[in-house]
Design a protein around this ligand. Sequence first.
Ligand code: PMP
Length: 398
Amino acid sequence: MISQRTLFLTYQAQTSSAPMMLEIIKARGIILTDYKGKRYMDLISGIAVSNLGHAYPSVNRAIQKQLRQYTHLMVYGEIIQSPQVQLAQLLCAQLPPSLQSVYYVSSGSEAIEGALKLAKRVTNRREMAAFEFAYHGSTHGALSIQGSETYKQAFRPLLPGYRMLRFNNQEDLSNITEDTACVVVEPVQGEAGCLPADTAWLKALRARCDKTGALLIFDEVQTGYGRTGSMFTFQQYDVLPDILVLAKGFGGGLPLGAFISSKSNMALLAKNPVLGHITTFGGHPLCCAASLQTLKELLSQDYIQSVEEKANLFREELNHPAIICISGKGLMLGVEFESAELNKRIIAQCMQNGLLTDWFLFNDKKLRLTPPLIITHKQIKQACRLLKKSIDEVLTIR
Ligand code: PMP
């Protein structure tokens, strides 16, 4: 029989010459099990997705219940579907009066595309600004405002009129002008290696947008739903976006994204042209059921409240001389080593030792720690022990 491994390499498009090649057959909590029975602690949550871990019982039950009722019925926004409505209501209950209208999509990139279109429509301007080393997705619009030339150069022409500014840089804010439709920012830059925005800078960014009339879009695709220690990270900064973008952890393990704004902004997508944004699967009932149950769990359990304590435990336990620094916010951490080569060998050794982690798209000296929020203190200590063991093993072989 041809192995899954061979079939994977033969028939599935590959975008890298070095895929992880783990063949996982079961995932429960923070443990992934491969086809040989080897167990891995998941320290990345499918890149900030599985915030409640894998197969969280009540989320699974909610998906199964919805599965018995209906799956896809109709393209977005035509038929009243209870999981969509219930989720939007509970979501909006967590959000301020200026963010009370939810448009569902299926991914982060798609949510960014919708947010960019909405900003053009609201401001009647065409220019956009974003930040160096930002990642907002791989579709053309999102790619245009991605902060790395490496990933853009082969795909030009992209959207005209975008400006890339330096993150956390006060001076560059003057490039936001009366021609700017929107500024897209991650409150904690994910793929740059978990770099939090400075509070004063984010407030200055908000003030500059207010002054120029540009809309401020927060990409909370990685930070959303509790990862940094509050339901949404903008709450910790006390800075309100005009448009909030969610995906990844928002879907509770299923593909779901959203862009959220005011009722009056969103109303513009209904006229001139009518159906100003269309999606077939956006807000799929199974995904909304999973997201709704995830949100209920995050509201009723103390996972979010324990994020800071758990993050501190990681920082305390990871006391190894080879670690240069640990950046990030909450359970969105980047562990920096002296070189990309060392980092990659440590990541490979972690894999050997049953720890699943990886590096960042724009920072290959850093190892990613974005575990499920349900990770226990005991598991954190065990993970840190194994991580330090992996570092030691790599350093002695070197
Ligand atoms: N924004 C951010 C901050 C992301 O990290 C990502 C995905 N890594 C995206 C947008 C795009 O999301 P998706 O891959 O679901 O299109």
